[in-house]
Design a protein around this ligand. Structure first.
Ligand code: F6P
Length: 344
């Protein structure tokens, strides 16, 4: 057997650990692993692939990013795209595919399985942890840890100068990263897309704390509705690019004016996706990678290696399309006492 492996969408710490586990588990079965470069682009005309060597697999465990590279290429964007993928699979003599990605990449994998019955298995990754059908996604733990550590650091500088901070954290559709980093880092206000906020209430809280001689750390998910309209552009999958739209600056404008302060800004951006994966992400990525190979062996095609109740179970990739795992009201309410006041 020759199995192809690709990583699509935004990179996440732990991807290399998953690729390594795929390589070793495939080796157990006497299979060869072919690395496909730059996501779905690698299976389009002009795309690149290369067999993964033991020398390579041995050296990648603790390295962030993905040595295969990634892209947000959508083969379904053109009428001929999906058929080109099929032709490339034949050309590269691939017997099966393992696709590591977020909702868009796994959605494409799900459609390819439905349309052509390609032997394909998915592995969920995204620092946003918002893929429907799985408790865990590769990279989330590292991103939370990095964000929490930086929020910790902001406390000491904020306290020394009495400065308040607006901290913008990635998370396109769901607020998991902002909520968990906000809890772990002790932010005073946490704004997430699932929970509408009233900017006046936010300003009231900041002003109240200021009167009491306190600084305020406001963790804002990039996916919240901006207090002012912002310029937005879309990717191949129709996702609005949130990262560079300057959300934190609009919050600063409004809060500065209302609260008579000069808030400071911290925009994490892609820093949260970079660097060394935590031990937890390495272990989980290894479990998911090995399981993906086992899923292929057991012919669990069209499935992703989801985590449910701590166990790795098959979940149909077609069910991932167009849905997101959001922070529940129950979870938010339980933790609300940790934050300053109700912002609604
Ligand atoms: O989906 C992961 C993610 O990091 C989101 O949190 C963020 O909105 C998006 O990717 C950024 O994408 P890009 O790297 O294409 O700007």
């Amino acid at each position: 057997m020759r199995i192809g492996v690709l990583t699509g969408g935004g990179d996440a710490p732990g991807l290399n650990a998953a690729i390594r586990a795929i390589y070793y588990q495939a080796k157990e079965y006497g299979w060869k692993t072919i690395g496909i470069y730059h996501g779905w682009k690698g299976l389009m005309p002009g795309g690149r692939s290369k067999e993964i060597s033991e020398e390579k697999a041995e050296t990648i465990l603790g390295i962030g990013g993905t040595f295969l590279g990634s892209s947000r290429t959508n083969p379904y964007k053109t009428p001929e795209g999906s058929k080109q993928i099929l032709e490339m699979i034949k050309k590269h003599k691939l017997d099966a595919l393992i696709v590591i990605g977020g909702d868009d990449t796994l959605g494409v994998a799900g459609k390819l399985f439905e349309d052509f019955k390609i032997p394909i298995v998915g592995v969920p990754k995204t620092i946003d942890q918002d893929i429907f059908g799985t408790e865990y996604t590769i990279g989330f733990d590292t991103a939370v840890n990095v964000a929490a550590e930086v929020i910790d650091r902001l406390h000491t500088t904020a306290q020394s100068h009495g400065n308040s901070f607006i901290i913008e954290i990635m998370g396109r559709h769901a607020g998991w990263l902002t909520l968990r980093a906000g809890i772990a880092g002790g932010a005073h206000i946490v704004l997430i897309p699932e929970k509408p906020y009233d900017i006046k209430k936010v300003c009231e809280t900041v002003s109240k704390r200021k009167k009491a001689g306190k600084y305020t750390l406001i963790a804002v998910s990039e996916g919240v509705k901006p207090p002012k309209k912002l310029h937005e552009k879309k990717d191949d999958f129709g996702n609005v690019g949130l990262t560079d739209r300057g959300l934190a600056y609009t919050f600063k404008e409004v809060i500065d004016a209302e609260c008579k302060i000069e808030a400071r800004i911290m925009v994490f951006g892609h820093m949260l996706r970079g660097g060394t994966p935590t031990a937890y992400d390495r272990v989980m990525a290894s479990r998911l990678g090995s399981s993906a190979v086992d899923f292929l062996k057991q012919k669990k095609f069209g499935m992703m290696t989801s985590v449910q109740g701590g166990e790795i179970k098959p979940f149909p990739m077609k069910k991932v399309i167009g849905k997101f795992k959001k922070v529940s009201d129950k979870e938010y309410k339980l933790l609300q006492s940790l934050f300053e006041g109700d912002v609604k």
